[in-house]
Design a protein around this ligand. Sequence first.
Ligand code: NCD
Length: 304
Amino acid sequence: MNRTQLTTTADLTREEVDFLIKEAESMREARHTDDLKGKVVATLFFEPSTRTRLSFESAAARLGASIIGVADASTTSTKKGETLADTIQVFDKLADIVVMRQPTSGAAEEVIKYTKKPFVNGGDGANQHPSQALLDTYTIHREAGAIDGKTIAFVGDLKYGRTVHSLLYLVSLYDIKVVFVSPEELKISEKYTNLLKERGVEYEETEDLSEAVKKSDIIYMTRIQAERFEDPREYDKLKGCYILDANLVKQGKESLKVLHPLPRVDEIATDVDELPQAAYFRQVENGLYMRMGLLKYLSSNYNE
Ligand code: NCD
């Protein structure tokens, strides 16, 4: 438990996740601390983002840090042809903690070759989005009272959805069951079904959302990741393939909770929003406290 950098959820332990959930809970109580007073947090987002970047910035501000950052790749030297290696070596000198989002899978692993400073992967292509997975796990814990014993359905774009990939590593540390709901073209890859097999987690794959709703405790909806499709016609064919509406939610258990990393397009109808099952806006608030806990954890392990 002396981590300073988080690029992937693949090597997080249950002990660490449980510790971070406790940290998030204590941040919820504190709301403001001075754990990062005098530190500079850089948020470098080279791919569109609103909530992840602003959630990290709000978290850093509430910890007393100052924030510098990039919200639009087109205004940076990357546009002039600067390499990722050079960009990170510059920010290594300017900031105490770096949060970075990149469109390329594997970019985060590449970046940490050039910096020892605390670092968080804010999403690298279709690969990983570890802070989202931590806040999703925290949300399941809060909404369902526990993670052990729950059946979690992952719905939508399981092929390109990095939040699904990261979250599978975390929830499979617990005693759970998984239902994958997707069209054939967006199926979860073998990499992740093999992970579940290795960790002894029971799972099934289906195309039938209403079946999954009836048997689950948690529905994790995702957006079809338009930006990852090579052929836009393929996206047009698949968009709107699953829509969760209030009628469907009411067919599930009363204790069912619906999560979504947001932004949503049309995969959750707005008539779900007013139901107690809709947890996705509470999930955003949980993200703030989890990111406060995470920034504190990573920077407290770092010795200059
Ligand atoms: C997700 C992402 O960027 O992967 N959004 C987020 O961070 N809250 C999900 C998505 O864009 O569909």
